[in-house]
Design a protein around this ligand. Sequence first.
Ligand SMILES: [Zn+2]
Length: 139
Amino acid sequence: MDLEDITVRELEYLRVINEEDSPISITSLSRKLGRSASSVYEEVNHLISKGLVCKGPEGVYLSSNGKMLLELVDNSHRIIETWLVGLGFSVDEACRLASKMETTMPIEVLRKLYEKIGKPRSCPHGKPITFSSTVINKA
Ligand SMILES: [Zn+2]
């Protein structure tokens, strides 16, 4: 699994699904995303075929691969953001730029970058960076 495996739209779905504590129905999901139920249904099926989302009687939820990928993207965002703040960007600017780069940064670059900036434990917003402990890092 790599960051390049995910598109911005897929990521948006994974984030919204992940915000829920319990499985979410297609209807609630389409309301939250502001998209038609039919297009949400189609995208969800696509995510299921990619093994990122599971479907139960009560709705859809993230698979362990989906959770892992989301964690990787969040770590990517936080590492890039920390690096950019170190380069002199404001936190807001760094956050905006990191959102553009979070899914396009190759994992081997991310790994080097993480080491280069001293393996930080949290991002400028104070959110934890768990990159060193993620399964993906060991892969
Ligand atoms: Zn941010």
